[in-house]
Design a protein around this ligand. Structure first.
Ligand code: FAD
Length: 390
């Protein structure tokens, strides 16, 4: 897809900065809500500069409950439900699977399973747990996941969890935006404060927004992509381990994403030998047939994380929103978080009302003096704490 600039002299209603996962999805929601949208991305139309390009795109609210707060689990459960509807609106195929997650462990690591179970049950709502966790005895593995038959003594099947193909999604969103008439500015870096002219500016630059969100940090993640015909895993498998818990997510055409390390570092340099050994050894321990797989890519990016590890939609009181902090759950959370950001953007636009939109002249962004009641609006949302005013 080629870069495209607007021929129209009129400025867009919304300029979205950063065309990774959140920026593309939010732009898509805004344009479908009839906003005129411009998107600015420093990288290419494929999305290869984004953390979202490297991710495994597992949609596992219950498995994540073992490491995340209840609000993440709630938003994630909603995200998982919403993805098929979002994908249906896109002009290109996106692999989406809802065939569960299998959690296994080697016997010496049994204590990890106990901890995982406890944390998951503490953070997940009862309705998600009901019918959402099935204990699998070793003998059942041959039916549930034939590729792992005889390899583990027990496990859990979380039958409602899902995954999608992140790269297909990013491309399909770009194609949809182009077809819907968004102004798409690929290879365009937006420096802090030098924002384009638009009614609203929404900063979705992930780690690229660090200068503005000083508490934001990157958490390095490394993944391996392999091609392994003939193994046929049916769903993502998580292997619990005290030092390097890993997952293997099977995508289409015998491609597997093995991930991910989680290191307190913003280093974007290539994968270390240690990480490659750990990830590949864990895959081999799952099934030795992975030893014959071909390594397609070794990838690194950093997850954008805030100190509380929660997502945030921040409003500056005028015409700037920031959507960030998606950390290790971006695909899980993006439908809920971007829908909430879209709702705020619409509320701001409606409060100001056309034609004033795009011509903000006071702090509330409302030349007519109709103050936007931020506190009342926020209190009416399902996750008020998602919203902050800077
Ligand atoms: C190894 C790894 C595995 C993961 N696995 C999963 C998973 O299984 N499930 C899950 O839900 N999540 C997963 N994630 C998390 C998910 O990828 C992130 O939460 C998500 O990508 C964050 O979205 P974002 O839009 O905020 O940032 P990004 O996706 O990084 O997008 C930000 C975009 O902004 C652009 N940008 C930055 N600065 C500028 C600038 N100055 N001007 C213009 N553009 C700019 C960047 O080029 C980028 O395209 C994983 C992440 C990693 C790294």
């Amino acid at each position: 897809m080629s870069a495209r600039t607007s021929l129209s002299a009129s400025r867009p209603d919304v300029a979205v900065l950063g065309g990774g996962l959140s920026g593309r999805l939010l732009a898509w929601q805004l344009i479908r809500a009839s906003a005129r949208v411009a998107l600015y991305e420093r990288g290419d139309a494929d999305g290869s500069s984004a953390a979202g390009w490297v991710a495994a795109a597992m949609l596992a609210p219950l498995a994540e409950a073992a490491v995340a707060e209840p609000s993440i689990v709630e938003m994630g459960a909603l995200g998982l439900e919403r993805w098929p509807g979002i994908i249906d609106t896109l002009p290109e195929h996106v692999f989406f699977q809802r065939n569960g997650t299998l959690v296994v462990w080697h016997q010496p690591d049994r204590a990890e399973a106990v901890m995982f179970d406890r944390r998951m049950r503490a953070n997940a709502p009862p309705e998600l747990l009901r019918g959402g966790v099935e204990r699998i005895a070793g003998a059942q593995l041959k039916d549930v996941e034939p590729a792992l038959a005889g390899r583990f003594q027990e496990g859990w099947l979380l039958p409602n969890e899902g995954q999608l193909d992140n790269r297909q999604l990013l491309r399909a969103l770009a194609a949809g935006l182009e077809m819907a008439g968004a102004e798409l500015h690929w290879h365009t870096e937006i420096a802090e404060g030098a924002y384009p002219d638009a009614g609203l500016v929404i900063d979705c630059r992930g780690l690229g927004a660090r200068e503005a969100l000083t508490q934001l940090r990157g958490v390095r993640g490394e993944v391996v992509r392999i091609h392994a015909p003939g193994i046929g895993l049916r769903r993502p498998v998580r292997l619990l381990h005290p030092r390097y818990p890993i997952y293997i997510a099977p995508k289409e055409n015998d491609l597997y994403v093995i991930g991910a390390t989680e290191l307190e570092s913003e280093d974007m340099s290539p994968m270390t030998v240690r990480s490659a050994l750990e990830l590949l050894s864990a895959a081999h321990s799952l099934n030795p047939a992975f030893g014959e797989a071909r390594i397609v890519e070794l990838n690194v990016n950093c997850r954008p994380a805030l100190p509380d590890h929660l997502p945030r939609v921040q409003w500056d009181g005028a015409r700037l929103l920031r959507v960030n902090g998606l950390y290790r759950h971006g695909y899980l959370l993006a439908p809920a978080v971007t829908a909430e950001a879209c709702a705020l953007a619409q509320a701001l636009m409606q409060t100001t009302g056309a034609p004033a939109i795009g011509n903000f002249s006071n702090k509330a962004g409302n030349p007519a003096g109709n103050a936007f009641d931020w506190e009342a609006w926020r209190a009416g949302r399902p996750w008020p704490d998602l919203f902050r005013q800077a």
